[in-house]
Write a protein that binds this ligand. Sequence first.
Ligand SMILES: [Zn+2]
Length: 437
Amino acid sequence: MPERTAHAGLRAIRGRLLTFVRAPAGAGDAHSYRYIDDGIMLVKDGRIELVGPASDLAARLPAGTPVEHHIGALIMPGFIDTHIHYPQTQVIASYGAQLLEWLEKYTFVEEQKFAEPAHAARNAEFFLDELARNGTTTACAYCTAHPASADALFAAAHKRNVGMIAGNAVMNRLGPPGLLAPAATAMPDSRDLIRRWHGTGRQRYAVTPRFAITSTAEQLAELGALLNEFPGVLMQTHLDENLNEIATIKRLFPDDASYTAVYARFGLLGPRSLMGHCIHLADSEVALLRDTRSVAVFCPTSNLFIGSGLFDYEQLKAAGVRIALATDVGGGTSYSMLRTAAEAYKVMQLQGQNLPALVAFDLMTRGNAAALGLEGEIGSIAPGAFADLVVLDARATPAMAHRMEVARDLEDELFVLMIMGDDRAVRQTYVAGRPAL
Ligand SMILES: [Zn+2]
């Protein structure tokens, strides 16, 4: 057999390639990304082996390597969603409530259904299909309190070789009995999930207190100890989203200086901690997030829909707080990271701030990977990274194609995608080199 005949796990993907190499300083920062107008990447066993201009690589591919050529499309690393609730696919678009009422009236009702493994399994498949349709290749997902809900998502993701981060949302008070884990089983169940799934294929576990309202001090302490016991796992929760929520925290934890200080006291802050929302932060809380290298997760469609407030991106950035971007479905209103970036832009405009397209696309890919501590593994088109990719078409709709007639440059094209794009702009999604659509 000739030496250069293609190995069965080899494939090549060709098109316009764009990947970020560092956070852009602002609009026009051409050193923050690598763009190849006609590029090829060679994928071997799910990871990128080689990447470069087609003029150089096309002739060097092993004979017989299948080449998928996406003419005119922009190929980027797949989007990463750093905060989403998979049990809320039927909570999205629930009318007329702010956070605490919204939880009680809609979310807690739907989440109780996930005690039933068949319901969880069906929703896990739907959820992963929907992420793929929107070009999202990794997500940090909240499951429900039931370990079966996390098992269902991990099993479905593992079968598809999708890299997910997930955890059972632990609660032991102020919720319906069906969502409260008894003290005797909550930690053993979580420990079992970690042993079963953390590091199984591409799966990772996140310790997941829903928020400090629904866990007693004892449970938060146990979750902090769990995080400490398994150093590779992540932590995800909610923080400073809504003013009534903050007033409740003050009542439940009167001795703590702030909401953020509650999480700090129980060892739940740190470089692998994803704090959803972070809207109403006092200066001391901003300092705690910065000093612990915790991540503030910006969820614009959710913050607008639930009426929670405006995330102050520039304040947090200037303070040196790490920032990620996320949909927060079902408080969020779209699975699309493009739609999410468009709403982020508007939230920032309302505060006299701007979100350049380069910054938004970096956040959705390399930036969110860095927030998860996974830069190099996902979020980049570079040798060694998983070939998790999204193929985008900025002319996907008549209105987009019409606008693109006058597109000035790559950044303008990205801005069109971010403001007008959604799942219709996703031509293909690859997970570990294989088409997901
Ligand atoms: Zn959330």
